[in-house]
Design a protein around this ligand. Structure first.
Ligand code: HEC
Ligand code: HEC
Length: 332
């Protein structure tokens, strides 16, 4: 329970429920798929004040080039930190070429973006600040420093007014708090036999057994920084090279990052190209073994799962939805 105590000290609101259980004196249980503490970089450890500051910046359109688009404009909490669109339009009016991914559990990853081209979360945040919301970081930082409520917070957290570096670090610290936690399945594994339906229990058995889904979507994350070609680009006019762009290794052509399946029910549509409209569609595609791309991963094969079995896998995936509280920040 060492890590739970550490997080309780941190006071992250999303874990208050877990801390409260400990406080009530009941023996704490250690579920199999409970997530470990998020690794914190030595030069940017989280504090509750820093996370609260990053949360405000995340929701603030004043950070953008136009002054109209926030990070949150494509990453909504109630949509599993995505935007319910196949592809979304950036601040400069240009369309993205890939679907908006979830921000849940990004703190555990080791490579960011669908192709893993960012090797630090801070680097990813800086890139998104420029590319998605069209900002000149120096200009946007001046706008932030002109807001007294921000100036005070930056001085309290960082000992000085905002710089592009401390804006980025505050945002990254907030992202490391976006842990998908306390799902029904986590409670079931912790011993609450009434937390999930019989269909979800059978679905989990199919997920690890006949469906072989956990080969790539292993607990506790159910997907992390590993890359596979699952055939989605096969037959397209201009196939997205995916991971190949980063490694220049032919074996990585058409490979994309394995998304976490925690809270996946909230984030339709699915896949890097947004091509699956519903969770059932995504499961059906995966269970089919994918399109016959010559570069497709050998780990993805037709499973022979029936429609009824796929429905049970969907029930299991729906039991992985996080129940942490969320409050929209008040902007200074
Ligand atoms: C216009 C929509 C849009 C906005 C606004 C937006 N994003 Fe994103 N975000 C995306 C898309 C699309 C991707 C995936 C791009 C890719 O993989 O090539 C992404 C990916 C990410 C990822 C990587 C997740 C992962 O699993 O690797 C992070 C972190 C992120 N965005 C943070 C931010 C931050 C910080 C901001 C504000 C500065 C922001 N986003 C604003 C659309 C958006
Ligand atoms: C070879 C590894 C592999 C196997 C096996 C696998 N997946 Fe996946 N899965 C991936 C990758 C990689 C992606 C993202 C690919 C992309 O978008 O190009 C993905 C995406 C998904 C998504 C969409 C998630 C999102 O947020 O867009 C779902 C749902 C999913 N898989 C469920 C399953 C199920 C259910 C099974 C078993 C029937 C399964 N997967 C088997 C690697 C795998």
């Amino acid at each position: 329970m060492r890590h739970l105590a550490a997080v309780c000290t941190l006071g992250l609101s999303l874990l208050l429920a877990a801390c409260a259980v400990g406080d009530a004196g009941r023996p704490p249980v250690e579920p199999v798929s409970r997530l470990p503490p998020v690794p914190q970089p030595a030069d940017n450890p989280a504090t509750p004040q820093k996370v609260a500051l990053g949360k405000q910046l995340f929701a603030d359109p004043r950070l953008s080039g136009s002054g109209k688009m926030a990070c949150q404009s494509c990453h909504y909490r109630n949509l599993g930190w995505t935007d319910a669109k196949v592809l979304s339009r950036k601040d400069d009016g240009v369309m993205n070429t890939r679907h908006t991914p979830t921000l849940y559990n990004v703190g555990y990853q080791t490579a960011w973006y669908w192709d893993g081209r960012a090797t630090t979360l801070e680097g990813q945040v800086l890139a998104a600040w420029r590319a998605q919301i069209g900002a000149d970081p120096a200009k946007a930082t001046a706008v932030i420093n002109a807001v007294p409520g921000y100036r005070q917070q930056f001085i309290a957290v960082w000992g000085a007014e905002a710089t592009p570096d401390t804006v980025v670090k505050s945002l990254a610290a907030f992202f490391r708090s976006l842990v998908s936690t306390d799902s029904a399945w986590d409670r079931y594994e912790a011993g609450d036999r009434t937390a999930v339906s019989q269909a979800a229990i059978e679905g989990q058995a199919l997920f690890v057994g006949k469906g072989r889904c956990s080969t790539c979507h292993a607990p506790p994350y159910y997907g992390n920084s590993t890359f596979f070609n699952i055939g989605l680009e096969h037959g397209k006019d201009k196939p997205d090279p995916g991971r190949f762009n980063v490694t220049k290794n032919e074996a990585d052509r058409g490979a994309f990052k394995t998304p976490t399946l925690r809270s996946v029910e909230l984030s339709a549509p699915y896949f890097h190209d947004g091509s699956a409209a519903t969770l059932k569609d995504a499961v059906r595609y995966m269970a089919s073994g994918g399109k016959p791309d010559p570069n497709k991963s050998a780990l993805l094969q037709p499973t022979g799962l029936s429609e009824a079995e796929m429905d049970r896998i969907v029930s299991f995936l729906m039991s992985l939805t996080s129940t942490e509280p969320w409050q929209q920040p008040v902007l200074p």
